[in-house]
Design a protein around this ligand. Sequence first.
Ligand code: VG1
Ligand code: CO
Length: 536
Amino acid sequence: MTVIKVETKPFENQKPGTGGLRKQTKVFMEPNYLENFVQASVSVRKNNGDILNSWVVGGDGRYPGKQVLGKIIKILVANGIKKVLVVGRDLIAPTPAISNIIKKYNTDGGFILSASHNPGGINGDFGIKVEMSNGGGAPEVITNAIYDETKVIKEYLSLDISDEDALNLPEVEYLDPIKDYADLMESMFDFDAIRDWFKAGHTFRFNAMNASTGPSAVEIFVNRLGAKREWILNSIPMDDFGGVHPEPNPTYAKDFFDDMMNGMADFGCACDGDGDRNMILGNKFYVIPSDCLAIMTKYHKLVPYYKNGLSGVARSIPTSSSVDRVAKSMGLDVYNTPTGWKFFASLLDAGKINLCGEESFGQGGDYIREKDGIFAILFWLNILARTGKTVEELVREMWNENGRIFYSQYSYEGVDKEKATKLWEDMKVANIDGKKYGNFEISKKEVFDYTDPVNGEVSKAQGVQILTKDNVRIFFRLSGTGTVGATIRLYIEKYENDASKFSLPAREYLKDIYVLVDEILGIKEIFGDIKPSAIN
Ligand code: VG1
Ligand code: CO
């Protein structure tokens, strides 16, 4: 077996986004497309002075992960990596389970073959998340350097053996993805209390959306906690997710959502394609992710892992300020980061925070460096079991104590890229301070630049924030995970302390503001009469 150099040409479009490089599957399957990116990632880590001895490869099981594994192994071994840990023979494991393995086995980094919540299969999307030795996504300094490298790459290293033979190289070791992860979860939560909660007759549904979490969910909820097997829905992973868009929210998990709104169970939950997101539902009750993080913060001491308290919490800036109110009332520090889990890593590494979350259905903690759907679900089960309260009671009590933050997220997916870029550039420079729209007066518009409080790294223009005189906060940015056209993300929140309004649906409460926001941004002017494709 000898190392060979394979000549290649750069691709123009290999800039990693919010969570790694994501493209349509067919783009990824162009000859050398994947190979270039893999080599560029390894080269950048080496140029950065990192010694790479061991590397983890995992994925959410989507096509063509299994089929390209041999190619990736050849490049890694040819670049001098002595040990390649493959998470699951079929390459099916949730992102948090892979993150755990990167950290637990002290490896130097990894690749997660996933496009997360994006649809999969030959007509869907594929992706690679580049992970650092802490088990978290590569920071912007690294992803920018990888992008630069992909623009000039001329060759990559490989081996003169077949992809098939690469799977059996002595450097390659296969790990069971489920056991380590299930053990970790069992070490953090009160499994006895949760078991009793199930025994007492409470009902549960978990929707794996035909993706990576099914097998872990069966092991944890059924085998270890005593839930019924038939409560775990869509639990057999498929390499195209059976055509489902595996994004757990009221838009893309509509049937499940409707079933829960019709009272299917006491507690319902779902995870996305790669298992780092979650949706939490009570009996006829929807918990928005921002409130979910606030509840987790409020009750953290009931979770054995957090029984000694938190040092702080963090949320991404588009996430509602619900958690801020809870955290401040408990004397905890709150940090606001840009969108993307990688921005939490330095705060977690430095011990400044132990819990964090995003409005996009993701929460997680300091035990790994990715968000974690099953973790959030177990957190809720732990709270339900230890308080004896229902999901709805927990959320309403919090609103009664702190007021309710009405919040909605509007996505315009797959719109014209040039027009979206124009909207973004216009908003960055728009001078609207003091301007009136209907009953609302803008007090301040600002571009959100972020300086990491731990390492001082600066990330410019992560979104535009608009505040009005009566406590409306609007946030606007372009998505970094879409693969077709552009996606506009718009977030609106308003604080309300009049308890008689707490039962209104958020969408209805924010209706008037939403119409004006459309006007403030000039969405209709630029795009004509378009409507959001998802409102959560
Ligand atoms: C979206 C979410 C963001 C999340 C990211 C990755 O990014 O808004 O909060 O971190 O997806 O999630 P964007 O740039 O499309 O808004 V995952 O589950 O795809 O790794
Ligand atoms: Co995901």
